[in-house]
Design a protein around this ligand. Structure first.
Ligand SMILES: [Zn+2]
Ligand SMILES: [Zn+2]
Ligand SMILES: [Zn+2]
Length: 193
């Protein structure tokens, strides 16, 4: 069965990005205008920041990475073939300020469709060969906050291939070197619907 897909929020969409930028700007102008007549600008600003997020990110049951499921194909899995999605529909905040509990520089790889950390000089190790290739939004991922019914913990950075992978199972998925991923750093807690 062909499942419905959306391409309007594709991370490669430059036009979509520009439109979102304009929307945020328009919202900001409105908020500034409202500030003069209301006493709650902070609440409004928070709501706008929450709106900058992209859905259709999924867990891959074969390699355990977080990958983008919004295209007609499902990228390239380190376990062979395309990724296979299951579970929650994750919604990743992007282009918002980095904080003590949210790390920036997480990007979509246009070669394997995985979410990987682009904050080091090297772009990690892509299952298609070479480094991951960053495109689209700059995702800012929450970490070391409480897990809730709408945010899942135990997502981690892999020091070998630089992807975001789910660490909550005894098995640690599949890295391009054929072994499991190797976790380090923050305990990411990722929002989902
Ligand atoms: Zn996979
Ligand atoms: Zn890649
Ligand atoms: Zn890995």
């Amino acid at each position: 069965m062909e499942l419905p897909r959306t391409t309007t929020t594709a991370p490669l969409g430059r036009r979509a990005f520009a439109a979102r930028g304009l929307g945020a700007l328009a919202g900001l102008t409105a908020a500034v205008a409202l500030t003069s007549v209301t006493a709650a600008p902070a609440a409004r600003a928070k709501g706008q920041a929450g709106a900058a997020a992209q859905g259709n990110w999924r867990f891959c049951t074969k390699c355990y990475v977080m990958f983008f499921w919004g295209f007609s194909d499902d990228g390239h899995c380190a376990a062979g073939g395309a990724h296979t999605q299951a579970g929650y529909n994750f919604v990743l905040p992007h282009d918002v300020p980095e904080t003590g509990n949210a790390q920036a520089n997480w990007r979509f790889c246009s070669k394997c469709y995985g979410l990987f950390f682009f904050g080091y000089p090297s772009g990690g190790w892509c299952p298609t060969g070479g480094s991951h290739y960053a495109a689209g939004y700059n995702f800012v991922i929450p970490h070391d906050v409480a897990e809730t019914p709408s945010a899942q913990a135990y997502w981690r950075f892999c020091t070998t291939c630089y992807v975001m992978f789910f660490w909550g199972y005894p098995e640690k998925g599949r890295c391009p070197n054929g072994n499991g991923h190797n976790a380090a750093g923050f305990n990411f807690v990722i929002p989902h619907t």
